[in-house]
Design a protein around this ligand. Structure first.
Ligand SMILES: Nc1ncnc2c1ncn2[C@@H]1O[C@H](COP(=O)(O)OP(=O)(O)OP(=O)(O)O)[C@@H](O)[C@H]1O
Ligand SMILES: [Mg+2]
Length: 210
């Protein structure tokens, strides 16, 4: 039975869909059977998957279903059987939907930019996962190449008792370019730093799931 990873964050634009895309393609590259479920009515992940169809034949098949949060349980029953990992994308500002997805997850990932405002905004989702008894990790996303902000973010996370992954994703246009082509960065720019970050992240998560 597949393990379910839910990417959730109440704040909009934190990188949920980017994270699902980069993880799905990195896990596929590592030989895992991956399925994706889009529960966001904005359907950004579904849009990426539609673009991806044009690249068919060259890239790993990543089945996607788009469902309303209330149908997620039934859908997961179905897709779990044919996958090793299921990645669930969730909408922002939708507590009820996020809760449904979080409940189904073996691991909840919460992307956040490394700034105090973004980290404070992550608390709600981290607490939701804790209330539901789910394993949860913060992922620092769009980390700038240099600067003090990362040390400050680490201090803020430690003070708030937030568990973060060691892996991070930098603020890199390669992630954006890949998505614009219906690809993950491991496919579009396999030798880039962005691709190395995606692979390291997938490996850390695989170890965490055991
Ligand atoms: N690591 C990154 N480097 C550069 N740009 C990024 C990175 N992560 C995300 N972005 C950009 O930030 C914007 C928001 O990302 P994304 O859509 O993945 O966030 P989201 O949390 O899914 O948003 P929403 O809450 O609307 O669903 C997009 O323009 C995306 O390309
Ligand atoms: Mg999104």
């Amino acid at each position: 039975m597949a393990r379910v990873i839910c990417v959730a964050q109440q704040k909009g634009g934190a990188g949920k869909t980017t994270l699902v895309v980069q993880l799905a393609t990195a896990f596929a590259e590592a030989g895992r059977r991956v399925a994706m479920v889009d529960t966001d009515p904005q359907a950004s992940l579904a849009g990426w998957a539609a673009l991806r169809e044009r690249a068919a034949g060259r890239v790993a098949e990543l089945p996607l279903s788009a469902v309303g949060g209330w149908r997620l349980g039934v859908e997961l029953e179905r897709v779990r059987r044919a996958a090793d990992l299921v990645l669930v994308d969730t909408p922002p500002h939708a507590e009820a939907e996020a809760r449904t997805a979080v409940r189904e997850a073996d691991l909840v990932l919460v992307p956040s930019q490394p700034s105090p405002l973004d980290l404070w905004a992550s608390r709600g989702t981290l607490e939701l996962a804790a209330r539901e008894g789910r394993a949860v990790r913060l992922l620092l996303n769009r980390v700038p190449a240099r600067g003090r902000s990362i040390a400050e973010a680490e201090a803020a996370m430690a003070e708030a008792g937030m568990a973060a992954l060691e892996s991070r994703l930098g603020n890199r246009q390669a992630f954006v370019r890949a998505i614009a082509r219906g690809l993950g960065v491991v496919e579009s720019e396999p030798r880039s730093r962005a691709a190395a970050e995606s692979r390291a992240l997938a490996a850390e998560i695989a170890a965490l799931l055991g």
